[in-house]
Design a protein around this ligand. Structure first.
Ligand code: FEO
Length: 396
């Protein structure tokens, strides 16, 4: 068996990126990321998805190792974000006879990004179209906004392999294993929360539509564009994507606070302690000035309780806290038990400003608390009630 083979005649040809610091220029990659590409080699051959432009030489070398002197007949383009499409011009130059397979939007975006304007290079597909490779039939499913408008998936109907694009992907370069059964997947599952919430999080409605379209399929393997090939853990990763796209939290709480001199931080710590005493076992406390936005968004998506606290700062919210709330608003986060706290020295503006976000996002507030200047015995009693109110809303 070729060491790249996933299942009969389907191969992994992807690459690892352990160099890039930030995905999309924004999201930290402490464990790197993989750009996954696959080869289906039947009477005809298809390369499924490309890689980021800087890694295309490695992709070509991998494909040549799999196919020898044969060139791929088709390049299936499931997604056009440049981490997957950047290599397309070089692939087309290397294999001039290879047809690019995409839907109408894919083709338009390729023309816009890469100026490949010769229509004879393209094979256009629509929802549910099939491509017969002779021994394997690929069926296409359009899944717009998972995570761009042109996004689609394709299913190898005989081998039961789903090429899912970004769906079911995660951060983390591969560490030797390709299929989940070959590795300890802990790190990838952890990174899935951050990946989903940071990158795809805004498009929960569309992920739900895509999951509904996939409902009849029983894939043996899911080959996404980032992270392990899923086989043993298919049910688990589908469940994570299902819950995250419905904004359904796991048991636990995320507390995000900003603090200049430690007084607001003290409230955050006091709330965390009270939640722990009331039975919440997974609590993530983030100082918004220090934690990465990526981690904060990931935890906010992951857990059922979200508590945000800010001092009043120049008659506004503390800037890193405001940035976090903007990230929640952008992603249309919902279904959380939300509570907030503010602090001020002479003018209580922060709580009002958080209230404006709540109104726009149609969030209920399970508890709120405002502190003037510093924590004392009286505020301690108020925080007991705050924690009780959060727990009451959580248990509803
Ligand atoms: Fe991995 Fe939306 O690109």
């Amino acid at each position: 068996m070729n060491f790249r083979e996933i299942t009969k005649d389907i191969y992994y040809a992807g690459v690892n990126d352990r160099v890039t610091d930030r995905f999309e220029g924004l999201w930290p990659l402490p464990c790197g990321v993989s750009y996954n590409s696959y080869v289906v080699s039947k009477r005809k051959t298809a390369l499924v998805d490309s890689v980021e432009a800087g890694y295309v030489a490695e992709l070509i070398s991998n494909v040549e190792e799999i196919l020898g002197v044969k060139s791929p007949d088709f390049l299936i383009v499931n997604h056009m974000e440049p981490d997957h499409s950047g290599g397309i011009p070089m692939l087309c130059a290397r294999w001039p006879e290879m047809k690019i397979v995409g839907n109408r939007q894919t083709i338009n975006i390729i023309k816009g990004f890469y100026h490949i304007n010769d229509d004879s290079r393209y094979h256009e597909v629509k929802d549910h179209d099939v491509l017969d490779l002779g021994g394997e039939v690929l069926e296409f499913t359009l899944t717009p906004m998972v995570h761009w408008p042109e996004t689609m998936m394709c299913f190898a109907t005989q081998s039961k392999v789903l090429f899912s694009g970004d769906a079911f992907g995660c951060f983390g370069a591969m560490n030797g294993g390709i299929v989940d059964s070959e590795m300890d997947c802990g790190i990838y599952i952890e990174e899935m929360y951050r990946y989903y919430s940071n990158i795809v999080g805004k498009y929960g409605v569309f992920v739900q539509k895509a999951l509904a379209k996939l409902a009849g399929l029983t894939p043996a393997f899911i080959c996404s564009t980032h992270g392990p090939v899923w086989h043993d853990d298919i049910e688990r990763v589908m469940d994570i994507y299902d819950r995250l796209s419905r904004y359904e939290g796991e048991p636990g709480a995320t507390i995000i606070y900003g603090s200049m001199y430690g007084h607001t931080a003290e409230v955050a710590e006091a709330i965390a302690r009270r939640l722990a005493q009331r039975g919440i076992r997974r609590i993530r406390v983030h100082n918004a000035s220090k934690s990465s936005m990526s981690e904060m968004i990931g935890d906010a998506f992951r857990y059922g309780i979200l508590i945000v606290g800010s001092p009043t700062y120049s008659m506004r919210l503390f800037p890193p806290v405001e940035q976090f709330l903007q990230a929640m608003e952008t992603r249309e986060v919902k279904n959380k038990v939300f509570a907030c706290f503010g602090s001020h020295t002479w003018s209580p503006v922060a709580a009002t400003k958080i209230g404006e976000y709540l109104q726009r996002m149609k969030w209920d507030c399970a508890a709120s608390f405002e502190m003037k200047q510093a924590h004392d015995v009286a505020t301690g009693a108020a925080l007991d009630k705050f924690a009780d109110d959060v727990m009451a809303a959580y248990k509803k």
